[in-house]
Ligand binder design. Structure first.
Ligand SMILES: NC(=O)c1ccc[n+]([C@@H]2O[C@H](COP(=O)([O-])OP(=O)(O)OC[C@H]3O[C@@H](n4cnc5c(N)ncnc54)[C@H](OP(=O)(O)O)[C@@H]3O)[C@@H](O)[C@H]2O)c1
Length: 385
């Protein structure tokens, strides 16, 4: 078995830590060439000591200086340029697992370096998915999904042709508040929103799951990863989180992928691709399943889903505007500046008022992201409690 060289951008986060657990439990399979994080020096220092990468990147300058002093055997780079350097290192697979739009440039850089990319960091795909996929095709580089739903769709599609796909059922747990009326959602705190019922994830994706924006972002992610039309994607609320998604084909067959809620499984699948090797994930006991339910989502109480669909249908830079506004709104919510329901209100207002560039280039996407954030900041000010 050949040893895989990998880089992990976002190694101290929930996905990054799970990926290192996959490495740890498969001795001899992977060599970790690069680790990158924002500011968590203490954990990164431990990871460097254990995995001995050639290069480590920390976004925060002060954190980089502290790390350099603590790990003399490892080259440490800093800032946005450092993250770019980390992404540019030639490896077999780059796991893109930072959170948010900051991951867009490094993802493109990793592709340009000829690295296969395993994508957990969905926001760049939402902002510039068509561009990323085109660049990957140009470089003959594979883009592999890590998001459990997209990994499921990818696995269901194996051995089939995309022309035969009728529809994709994208499953959603519904998050911690599904089924509650809007008046009950008004006073949700960041701590409550970050406590997901079935998945253990980072703060931003947990809040996105609670508003259902995560599912909206995933619709856009699926459109570009699998070349689907938005009318082919149906979101279904599946609180048990056992079926990670399903693909319905033109002959009436539906293929589903099932498993436990453990991100190590889709991470291992992507890192081992095209082989399927034993994963350190828990096994699903199908005899323990008493019921699997699938309902239509309530878009009235959870308007983020409809907003994301609207941006997807507009296309071009509209998803980048949606994403930029959402990132700002989630940050303001987590800082206690706005309420839970204000997240959707900010995104809706920004989508309605922010000028959306007509052209679709990386510069236009970055400009749209920038304008959306300015617009969102102004909207947040008017809502501040
Ligand atoms: N967690 C899940 O189960 C899950 C499932 C599906 C998809 N995803 C997606 O995967 C991505 C990561 O999610 P997560 O839950 O792992 O997030 P997380 O726990 O918040 O971790 C984010 C990681 O990115 C690093 N980071 C943030 N900003 C950075 C920057 N400017 N430069 C370099 N590193 C930076 C963080 O470093 P510090 O620790 O130093 O801040 C951390 O290592 C998100 O896009 C999310 O939507 C996550």
């Amino acid at each position: 078995m050949t040893r895989r060289r990998i880089s992990i951008l976002g190694s101290t986060g929930s996905i990054g830590r799970n990926a290192l657990e996959v490495v740890r439990r498969n001795p001899g399979r992977f060599s970790v060439a690069v680790l990158a994080s924002r500011s968590n020096v203490s954990l990164l220092r431990e990871q460097i000591a254990e995995f001995q990468p050639e290069l480590a990147a920390v976004y925060d300058d002060a954190a980089a200086a502290e790390l350099r002093a603590a790990t003399p055997g490892c080259e440490v780079v800093a800032g946005a340029a450092g993250l770019e350097e980390a992404a540019a290192k030639k490896v077999d697979t780059s796991l893109c697992a930072v959170v948010g739009a900051v991951g867009l440039k490094p993802m493109l850089t990793a592709i340009n370096a000829g690295n296969r990319v395993a994508v957990a960091n969905k926001e760049p795909l939402v902002m510039a998915g068509a561009h990323i996929m085109e660049q990957a095709r140009g470089k003959n580089v594979e883009v592999l999904p890590v998001d459990s739903e997209h990994s499921a769709i990818f696995q269901c599609l194996r051995g089939n042709q995309s022309k035969d796909v009728e529809r994709v059922h994208l499953t959603a747990s519904g998050g911690p508040f599904y089924g509650r009326p809007p008046e009950e959602l008004r006073h949700i705190t960041p701590e409550q929103a970050m406590r997901h019922p079935t998945w253990d994830m980072g703060a931003k994706v947990s809040v996105d799951s609670a508003t259902l924006m995560n599912k909206g972002l995933e619709i856009i992610e699926a459109l570009c990863l699998f070349g689907l039309r938005s009318t082919q994607i149906e979101v279904v609320i599946h609180p048990q989180s056992v079926v990670h998604s399903m693909v319905a084909f033109c002959d009436g067959s539906i293929i589903a992928q099932l498993g436990v809620t453990d991100m190590k499984a889709p991470i291992a699948f992507a890192l081992n691709w095209p082989e399927r090797l034993p994963a350190p994930a828990m096994r699903l006991d199908v005899t323990s399943l008493s019921e699997l339910t699938f309902d239509r989502p309530d878009e009235k109480s959870f308007p983020c889903l409809a907003l994301a669909r609207e941006a997807a249908e507009q296309g071009g830079c509209a998803p980048a505007v949606l994403n930029g506004a959402n990132e700002e709104a989630v940050e303001a919510f987590c800082a206690g500046r706005i309420g839970f329901l204000d997240i959707a209100a900010v995104v809706e207002n920004v989508l309605a008022t922010c000028p959306i560039p007509r052209e679709y280039t990386i510069d236009a996407v970055l400009e749209a992201d920038h304008e959306a954030r300015i617009n969102a900041a102004a909207t947040i000010k008017t809502l501040e409690q």
